[in-house]
Ligand binder design. Structure first.
Ligand code: AMP
Ligand code: MG
Length: 535
């Protein structure tokens, strides 16, 4: 197959053209002042080998199968060759890590290749794991296959679940080894190196603004804010009062709303980001930076996959909404110099709380099959019962959709009515009689409420199955795909990608392998339930 990859992508690189560059050109770790980015080329690697690509993302930027399967594609997206028009750079940003201001962080191992326009949509292409930048601090600028597969698959899984996210075009093996001490216990191992190409309209983060305010670079703060609005929130511009206070206020409100929507989605599907530091919060409200993330297997609100956060569990599932607000507060502090007035910022934060609460109730109502939730207790009662015994969150909601609400209510009078849900529990037979009784009381009340809405069983289950995925990127499935990929077999990466492309569909031929509870061997296996920041 021939490819015209070389001349296909049209770059216009607005970020670098509009914003100030670091004047130092040497690549060594340093503080970068009065600049939004540093020019830096990807480091060439030994032997690029394509692991997988997402055709949908490729098509979004105007590439075909032939382009993606060409040798040049692997060369370019491993960082070995630049296409005409590419202008690689690493971005400067700071952030609060685990609640503490960490100062400058920046793209330590990410390099943006440029912004490409296709069908009136502009996307930034970014390599992750492609070598040192001025922001690498004491690290190596590289990424391993394990974390690259996780980022690649999860970006696409999230997109197909209908959740805002950065996308992933490709994973390329570098042919080089990278040393990683996965559990920080003094036992580094060599792992295969890889590079993912991420794709998003913008990789600007909360921390991109924070770093400027922390350094009192207020002119630059205004420049970056104006650029962000112009490029990514242009619908807010009314043409007359650009960079007015009310424009900034509308922008901050929208960031708060988008963040509220994002977190509502995460809670809906049981996604735990794992490292919600402010440098990992996209200004566009996208899920960004897939590190030690995980998906709830058993519904446990206290769960976090990140072993680095095991002690305080700051980023546990149940705390994500509050942490997002905390992060928005930090963004508000960073944007304060644009306002010199707390009130509009406080209004944005209040809007987050209101929008999240409202959105969360609507979302939970839909998960249970209600078009409008009349009694929030039906949700809170369920959420207090679920963590009492290990029950798979994803399977539970899918099986609940099949509970026939057109049956007479009397059929829900005793715990036998739980039988159609039983396989969602890890140990159904071991559940106490008292728990089964309380759960069946809940189920009866639930069915009764749905009956009162007059909804048909078909409508209710269709609504539920449109918001409760059957297929999520189960932690142990990714790990199986990784184990095979490390042996040179990429088939499960491709197969998983295909399964997560249709998360709400039944896909009966995939059910036995991809829609099952976590097997016992994966309960506390590294990579399946415990992950560290080492990637
Ligand atoms: P993260 O925990 O992935 O959000 O990363 C926090 C910061 O560390 C960011 O500035 C990253 O660019 C940087 N970083 C993480 N891993 C590496 C690495 N292997 N080499 C250089 N910088 C890194
Ligand atoms: Mg990060």
């Amino acid at each position: 197959m021939s490819s015209q990859l070389k001349s296909k992508l049209k770059f216009d690189n607005r970020f670098v053209n509009a914003l100030p560059v670091d004047i130092e050109r040497e690549i060594f770790p340093r503080q970068v002042f009065n600049a939004c980015y540093s020019l830096v080329n990807p480091t060439a690697v030994k032997a690029p080998q394509r692991v997988a690509y997402s055709l949908e993302v490729a098509e979004e930027i105007g590439l075909t199968v032939a382009d993606c399967e060409s040798d040049l594609f692997a060369e370019v997206f491993a960082g070995n060759q630049l296409l005409p028009g590419m202008q690689p750079y690493a971005m400067c940003y700071g952030g609060h890590q685990f609640g503490y201001w960490a100062g400058q962080l920046g793209d330590g191992r990410a390099i943006n290749l440029g912004e490409v326009s296709h069908r009136n949509k502009r996307q930034t292409l970014q390599l992750k794991g492609s070598g040192l930048t001025p922001y690498s601090r004491s690290a190596d600028g590289l990424a391993v296959l394990r974390s690259s597969v996780r980022e690649f698959l999860c970006s696409e899984a999230m997109h197909h679940l209908g959740i805002p996210t950065t996308r992933a075009l490709s994973i390329i093996l570098t042919g080089e080894s990278v040393a990683r001490d996965m559990f920080y216990d003094g036992h580094p191992q060599l792992e295969p190196g890889a590079v993912v190409c991420r794709v998003s309209p913008s990789f600007i983060r909360f921390g991109s603004f924070q770093i400027l305010t922390s350094r009192k670079e207020f002119d630059l703060l205004k420049q970056l804010a104006d650029f962000t609005i112009q490029e990514h929130f242009s619908h807010l511009l009314d043409g007359q009062n650009e960079s007015s206070l009310s424009l900034y206020a509308r922008w901050f409100e929208e960031v708060c709303l988008k963040t509220a929507e994002l977190i509502t989605h995460w809670q809906r599907v049981g996604f735990v980001h794992g490292v919600m530091n402010t440098d990992n919060m996209s200004i566009l409200g996208e899920t960004i930076d897939y590190g030690p993330y995980g998906w709830l297997d058993a519904y446990d609100p206290q769960w976090t996959p990140n072993t680095t956060d095991a002690e305080h569990r700051r980023y546990r599932y149940s705390q994500q909404p509050e942490i997002a607000l905390w992060n928005l507060n930090q963004l508000a502090n960073a944007l304060y110099p644009l306002f010199n007035d707390e009130k509009p910022l406080q209004q944005g934060l209040d809007l987050y709380c209101k929008a999240f609460n409202q959105g969360w109730h609507e979302m939970m109502g839909q998960k249970l099959g209600f078009r409008a939730l009349s009694s929030p207790e039906i949700v809170t009662d369920l959420l207090s019962l679920l963590p009492e015994a290990e029950v798979d969150m994803t399977l539970f909601y899918r099986q609940l959709a099949d509970i026939n609400i057109e049956k007479p209510l009397a059929q829900f009078d005793n715990p036998q009515c739980l039988a159609p849900l039983s396989s969602a529990w890890y140990h159904f037979d071991a559940l106490s009689a008292d728990y089964k009784q309380r759960f069946s009381n809940w189920l009866r009340a639930y069915v009764q409420q749905l009956q009162q809405t007059g909804m048909s069983q078909a409508d209710k289950s269709a609504l539920m199955n449109s918001v409760n995925p059957k297929y999520i990127l189960r932690n142990y499935l990714s790990q199986q795909a990784i184990d095979l990929a490390e042996q040179g077999d990429f088939s499960m990466v491709t197969e998983l990608l295909d399964v997560v492309r249709k998360p709400y569909a039944e896909q009966p031929d995939k059910e036995d392998r991809f829609a099952q509870k976590r097997p016992d061997w994966a309960r506390s296996k590294a990579g399946c339930s415990m992950l560290s920041c080492s990637s």
